[in-house]
Design a protein around this ligand. Sequence first.
Ligand code: GLP
Length: 240
Amino acid sequence: MKLIKTKDGEEMSAKAFHVIKDIVKSNPYAVLGLATGTTPLGLYRCIIEDYKENGTSYQHIRTVNLDEYQGLPKSHPQSYAYFMRENLFRYLDIEESNTYIENGTAQNEAEECARYNKLLSEMPRDIQLLGLGRNGHIAFNEPFTPFGSKTHVVDLTENTIKDNARLFDDISEVPRKAFTMGIKQIMHAKQILILASGVNKADAVYKTVCGEVTEEVPASVLQLHPNCILIADSEAASKL
Ligand code: GLP
């Protein structure tokens, strides 16, 4: 794993942007695996600014997202589909039909997981962007998720529900379940870019980089990926 330490979140986002821009420039048909959460917001702002200033085109780019809350329709302001539209897609020339995410309102969980698995196998990702949960989770793969897992529905842990409650009016509104891409599929991306910012990620960053590779810390699996970059700001990297 290649580690890049930055002074703050802004520099983390700028460095991550250069990684993404290189891919989009060298292959206008690239497939980008994208993530939600607070961490990638600065990167998404850089992408939007660059699009406005330099006209970098996303017309043929396809995107595939990591996860989606179960039960939330795409129009729900807390759904990840809505997040992606409002924080990135609506500002770019990307085709909505080229942006993929699990359907949170799918009635048949198994069918929806199978649909997403098929889609992922047909669309090899040039890069997969990741944030990091405080307990080392990636996407919604909580501790002890098997490294061999594919798309599945998870029961979110109390900690993850609490962490994500800040984006809802009340903790009771946070869905208890989510669809998530599996760890095996995250590892299938040609390149992985994981970002971490803030002191509350310091433990997870330490375990991801220096800890044992164990299902107890899902992100530790990234040590086994041949082309993974972790960009961490000084607070997130403070225990390294
Ligand atoms: C959620 C998402 C993850 C994300 C994590 C960290 O659990 N499913 O993909 O990495 O939150 O979020 P944040 O970047 O807001 O700290």
